[in-house]
Write a protein that binds this ligand. Sequence first.
Ligand SMILES: Cc1cc2nc3c(=O)[nH]c(=O)nc-3n(C[C@H](O)[C@H](O)[C@H](O)COP(=O)(O)OP(=O)(O)OC[C@H]3O[C@@H](n4cnc5c(N)ncnc54)[C@H](O)[C@@H]3O)c2cc1C
Ligand SMILES: NC(=O)c1ccc[n+]([C@@H]2O[C@H](COP(=O)([O-])OP(=O)(O)OC[C@H]3O[C@@H](n4cnc5c(N)ncnc54)[C@H](OP(=O)(O)O)[C@@H]3O)[C@@H](O)[C@H]2O)c1
Length: 455
Amino acid sequence: MSTLPTVAIIGAGSSGIAAAKALHQRGVPFDCFEASDRVGGNWVFANKNGVSAAYRDLHINTSRDRMQFSDFPMPRSLPDFPHHTQIAAYFDSYVDHFGFRDRIRFETPIAHAQPRADGTWRLTDANGETRDYDMLVVANGHHWDKRWPEPAFAGADTFAGIQMHAHDYRDNAFLADQDVVVLGMGNSAMDIAVEASYVASATHLAARRGAWIVPKYLFGKPLDQINTIPHVPHWLNARLSETIIRLHTGRPERYGLPRPDHRFGAAHPTVSGWILDRIIHGAIAPRPNLARLGPDWVEFVDGTRVHADVVIYCTGYHITFPFFDANFLAAPGNRIDLYRRVFRPGHPSLAFVGLMQPLGAIMPLAEAQGQWLAAYLCGEYHLPSPRAMELGIRREDRRRRRRYVASERHTIQVDFDTYLFDLRRERRRGAARAAAAGNALAVPPRVRVGEAAAA
Ligand SMILES: Cc1cc2nc3c(=O)[nH]c(=O)nc-3n(C[C@H](O)[C@H](O)[C@H](O)COP(=O)(O)OP(=O)(O)OC[C@H]3O[C@@H](n4cnc5c(N)ncnc54)[C@H](O)[C@@H]3O)c2cc1C
Ligand SMILES: NC(=O)c1ccc[n+]([C@@H]2O[C@H](COP(=O)([O-])OP(=O)(O)OC[C@H]3O[C@@H](n4cnc5c(N)ncnc54)[C@H](OP(=O)(O)O)[C@@H]3O)[C@@H](O)[C@H]2O)c1
């Protein structure tokens, strides 16, 4: 029996492998369960798991140096914004470099995760095999469960053309000579509208809310590598960025786009170096929100009506945990209370990795969360009391609500540098708590890793 608790990780996307690598390096015994036959999750085009949103020409929109893991730089030969194939290959080489591929159980989707009275977990895979673990780490991703307009637009059921979600978009071939309506102002809408505009007879970009659109590059460097000082107040950074964007491109409404109803920085960044060009070339027509659909038309809320063959809803995603009983844990309205986006008060043997939406890339934050978890499992970090965690969650939630536009896409938003800064501070505090308690293990080791559950 190991002296450390045993861990099950659900998912070997970039978040799951970041957690796995941290546990592997600290000698924490674990199994990582992956539905697919390879690592990389969303970044594997046509992933066997059936839930990757990657399209043929997808490039990252957070820059290479922001996205890479701290101790495994992406090859310098890669461009600043690599293609999805390069990103997927990078995650593969990460696993091989640190040598934990044998701890990943591929093609083993977890169907059910059951918390037990003693704090351990019973996991059942899709074949009905059960295994027990001391701790469960959830890294199942949050960009796969499609959010359709809810409720559907009036007349949607009468539309005779194609209605689809951005998640199912692969390339623009089927849009040739079609009249296309793209809904949304997030990054999916930007990329898909631009791709559509090269082949479609007409591309309409509809939105219920305006957005500040930023380019990938500014001042000769990736935008997300500017303004990275955590101590500068957010509002000051945001005002400065808004001024720069206004000087650089002008206001969105100058392009016919809806006027943003918020200041810069109050929404998840919409990044596109191309959309404004395609609009001013007349290849994309900005429109307000959809009002209703007919058999071959879409009407917008300003009363204008256009012919449409295809409507692509780029309306985001739900946060979902299909392996939990709904009465145990769900995220209605995309809300899930987690202490620093990882721990659930009152559930010391449960953690989440990568369940956040950063201004900046997810990967280095998932890496930091993995290291935090490893320290916790080795007795080097103790959590605050559940009450203190609850208060911390409420404080963060208040801050988030004050800062961001009210939308289900902003419920798990964090600032890259501030998050890392706060986590380092919290780890110091928790290390002092652990030392005061003699570095006792917060999660007691009860079961062997990979042991089939007793009948
Ligand atoms: C089109 C698109 C572009 C994006 N671009 C960027 C970007 O440029 N930069 C950025 O930082 N983020 C980007 N994101 C966000 C994206 O969520 C992250 O890049 C990244 O994929 C998160 O990794 P993850 O491991 O948390 O989730 P995922 O990549 O979704 O991986 C989850 C893994 O868990 C596995 N899994 C799920 N459920 C189970 C189960 N029950 N049993 C076993 N295995 C399971 C899945 O098979 C999958 O391999 C983008 C998202 C989308 C949709
Ligand atoms: N190239 C890339 O790297 C790339 C490409 C695509 C996506 N991504 C990432 O993938 C994640 C998901 O992006 P996403 O664009 O798919 O989703 P998203 O960021 O959640 O954006 C959803 C958009 O749809 C709108 N919307 C939602 N419900 C609506 C409704 N009922 N009616 C009208 N509009 C509605 C939202 O408006 P509100 O703001 O009003 O809610 C928002 O504009 C993000 O992290 C994004 O950065 C990256």
